[in-house]
Design a protein around this ligand. Structure first.
Ligand code: ADP
Ligand code: MG
Length: 256
């Protein structure tokens, strides 16, 4: 699906501090709907913080963040909740419940759009239609047969797929995935990145992933955003990412 001219996110002079630490410094970015972007950069450069800010998990301190036409800092609690439903953040630890079945973890995707009572009822006694749609989504991400398995019994790569299925069930338009392949082996990492690319290309989902493996980033993403010490130091295609850009991003300063 072609990328839209409409912005998914616009950041203007955005900063985020933790106490005296400037985790994000004066960011200016325009991210279009339907884009597929890898966030790269050394550990501690602000990748997770940026994903959390975009996913409305963390509030920024200075500057503007627009999601579509909405200025985040102006939104009410209800509007923020709506936005979280459309913009799914998948944390590095996935936030799945290992004691529950795969189907129940996916059903939890609608927890933000239903009352707690209704969510609980759905999880304990899901109706056939609901289960059928969960099954279809699990099949879409390649693990249809795991519907009634306990989440505890799944591998890291399969759990990533459950987390992706949960975002699809939730009805998200954007996936923000924090290091989705950091703890899975290379074969499964390629399969998972291919799936994410497919969801972006075929279903038009906007996709941002932080990755510490630069080769994966170059292979699967047409746009790389390189961060260092809370700032954007590269923004462009993998083809335009040079050795100098690599050194700017990863070379340690003040080596003893
Ligand atoms: P990355 O994901 O690129 O490794 P992070 O976004 O996790 O980087 O962290 C950026 C900086 O912000 C780091 O210096 C980190 O220690 C700090 N940081 C992140 N989260 C918090 C927090 N909740 N409280 C205090 N400092 C934090
Ligand atoms: Mg991180």
């Amino acid at each position: 699906m072609p990328q839209s001219a409409r912005s998914a996110f616009q950041l203007t002079g955005l900063s985020k501090n933790f106490g005296t630490l400037e985790a994000l410094k004066d960011l200016h970015l325009d991210i279009k709907q339907g884009e597929r972007i890898a966030l790269i950069g050394p550990s501690g450069s602000g990748k997770s913080t940026l994903l959390r800010v975009l996913g409305v998990q963390l509030r920024h301190d200075i500057g503007s963040l627009k999601a579509g036409d909405l200025e985040i800092l102006d939104l009410s609690q209800n509007e923020l909740q709506n936005l979280r439903t459309r913009t799914a953040f998948i944390p590095q630890d996935l936030a799945l419940v290992s004691a529950l079945k795969v189907s129940q973890n996916v059903l939890l995707g609608k927890i933000g759009t239903r009352s707690t009572f209704k969510t609980l009822r759905q999880i304990l006694w899901p109706n056939t239609n609901e289960l059928e749609s969960v099954h279809q989504i699990l099949a879409r991400v390649g693990i249809g047969e795991k519907l009634f398995h306990s989440a505890r019994a799944l591998s890291g790569g399969q759990l990533q797929r459950v987390a992706i299925a949960r975002t699809l069930y939730q009805g998200a338009e954007t996936i923000l995935a924090d290091e989705p392949v950091s703890s899975i082996d290379p074969t499964r990492a390629h399969a998972l990145l291919s799936l994410l690319r497919e969801l972006n290309e075929q279903e038009g989902m906007t996709l941002l992933c932080s990755l510490h493996n630069l080769e994966y980033a170059r292979q699967y993403f047409p746009r790389l955003i390189g961060m260092r010490e809370g700032q954007v130091v590269f923004d462009g295609s993998p083809e335009s990412f040079s050795q100098v850009d690599f050194e700017n991003l990863y070379t340690l300063e003040n080596r003893e």
